[in-house]
Ligand binder design. Structure first.
Ligand code: FUL
Length: 498
């Protein structure tokens, strides 16, 4: 008997330790690659350090604030009087304080939206806070928000709209210089910036012309000035999930093809960084299944960010009163974004006072209380955990509350839990250690019925950084996680039952 365990343990050890440690952020596929080769390559694509740091934030906030807050518009024309901007009780610390209490880790501010109005005193235009009665034109919203974030240990991000409906040079090559100058102001004057958000909108400017955006140049500016910042949406590090409802796909792959990326640029097995142009494939239902990647030229790590507003509009509007999403609605969004291998970027539009309104504050704090209540007790903590051939201490690593310790499972190996007294749960949490790639393609949670047979409580496809399955409550003494398909041995970091 002992011998059998020894041999099994050795097999597991060898199969996992023989997994070559050859990981990359992007990889080229060869014409001669078989599907097996492609799967193997896909399983070795991992996040860059900045992507990994970003993924761990889970909850990020967006604040749309500017002239639209006062005009009631969602897209300003660029002709609104800058004197309209006049918050009566602006308080960035209140925003940050509420966000901290609600468990958010980062805040991204619309420093300039499509109307071109700047929330900081840019040296390159006077269409900014300089012309506002707020603080007699001496104020700087970006400064106050950045400082409040940094003081409170919240990450800070910037939204600088490429589309500018005010700036006269828009539609000419000069505009790209103007844009770089503004980007440089924001990236050099306000301390650490952790996320730069480029929107895709590209409409006409004041002279009726559209702009050809020089993304390549902008990316280089960001990398040179704030190398740790992720560049999101129209950028190489983080992709838009494809809708503005905060909903990720049930099957959400972070490893996707980027057919815009020239494979010849990728030196075989190189670790060096490439900055790819944006792909426009973010709306499709399937981005990374075997069917999709088998026809790819290159594969990249490109994780999803799900954005949505807590109110109907991105900017504050009096008419939206009473329509703030409830804690329950936010919880549903949480399950469908963070619980589906995506970060949630929740927009909370500050009101005309320059504060988060009571409705929003109440809802955000209610959302935090709901999460605390649901995830307060991991029932797995009270179970006996077994993984065949592993010591109890090793097996515990998949549920020790520490993402940095996990277990590489062998093919067919299950994680099993036993309780002395029956427990009831309706949520299953699973996390892969994405520094080892995204591997799991399908899994299920099973439980022992009163008759002593195994039944399925819930099934899932991808896991990635985090997967949450919500199902009808189950009462049992035994449960197990079975992985049915994986691109490489599954590397599970955490599990939970609630
Ligand atoms: C969109 C913009 O056009 C909206 O106004 C908003 O800023 C949203 C987050 O991105 O593309």
């Amino acid at each position: 008997m002992r011998n059998k365990y020894f041999i099994l343990a050795l097999t597991v050890l060898l199969s996992c330790s023989s997994t070559p440690e050859r990981y990359y952020n992007h990889v080229a596929l060869e014409e001669t690659d078989t599907l097996e080769d492609i799967i193997w390559k896909a399983a070795h694509v991992v996040p860059s350090d900045r992507q990994f740091e970003w993924q761990r934030l889970e909850l990020t906030a967006f604040a749309h604030f500017g002239l639209n807050t006062f005009s009631g518009m969602q897209w300003g024309s660029g002709k609104e009087d800058p004197a309209l901007f006049n918050p009566t009780d602006f308080d960035a610390r209140q925003w940050v304080d509420v966000l901290k209490k609600a468990g958010f880790k980062s805040l991204l501010l619309t420093c300039k939206h499509h109307d071109g109005f700047c929330l900081w005193p840019s040296a390159y235009t006077d269409y900014s806070v300089i012309q506002s009665p707020w603080k007699d034109g001496q104020g700087d919203v970006v400064r106050e928000v950045a400082d409040a974030c940094h003081e409170a240990g919240l990450k800070f991000g910037i939204y600088l709209s490429p589309w500018d409906r005010h700036e006269q040079s828009y539609g000419t090559a000069e505009y790209n210089d103007y844009f770089v100058s503004q980007l440089t102001e924001l990236l050099t004057g306000y301390g650490t910036v952790d996320e730069v958000w480029f929107d895709g909108a590209c409409g006409e400017g004041p002279n009726g012309k559209r702009q050809e955006y020089d993304f390549d140049r902008w990316y280089r500016v960001v990398r040179a000035l704030q190398p740790q910042a992720v560049i999101a949406v129209m950028g190489p590090d983080v992709r838009w999930v494809g809708n503005e409802r905060g909903r990720a796909r049930e099957t959400e792959w972070s490893v996707v093809p980027n057919n815009n990326l020239d494979p010849s640029l990728i030196a075989a097995e190189s670790q060096h960084e490439l900055i790819m142009p944006p792909t426009r494939m973010t709306r499709e239902p399937d981005l990374g299944s075997r069917e999709i990647i088998r026809n790819a030229k290159t594969l990249v790590w490109y994780p999803a960010e799900s954005d949505v507003s807590i109110r109907p509009g991105w900017f504050y509007n009096d008419n939206d009163a009473g329509q703030t999403k409830t804690p329950e609605q936010l919880m549903d969004i949480y399950f469908k974004s963070v619980g589906r291998n995506s970060n949630l970027m929740l927009n909370i539009p500050p009101n005309k006072e320059g504060r988060f309104g009571d409705e929003e504050v109440e809802s955000l704090l209610g959302f935090a209380r709901l999460r605390e209540k649901i995830f307060e007790t991991n029932l797995i903590d009270f179970s006996e955990v077994t993984i065949d051939c592993l010591s109890p201490a090793r097996a515990r690593m998949v549920c020790d509350g520490n993402y940095d310790t996990g277990v590489c499972l062998d093919k067919g190996q299950v994680i099993a839990w036993k309780w002395q007294e029956a427990v009831t749960f309706s949520i299953f949490l699973a996390q892969e250690d994405i520094r080892k790639g995204q591997r799991v393609e399908s899994f299920s949670l099973e439980y022992k019925t009163e008759e002593g047979t195994w039944a399925t409580a819930a099934e899932g496809s991808t896991i990635g950084y985090k997967r949450l399955l919500h199902f009808e409550p189950v009462t049992t003494n035994e449960a197990r996680m079975v992985i049915h398909s994986s691109r490489l041995e599954p590397f599970i970091a955490e599990t939970g039952l609630y």
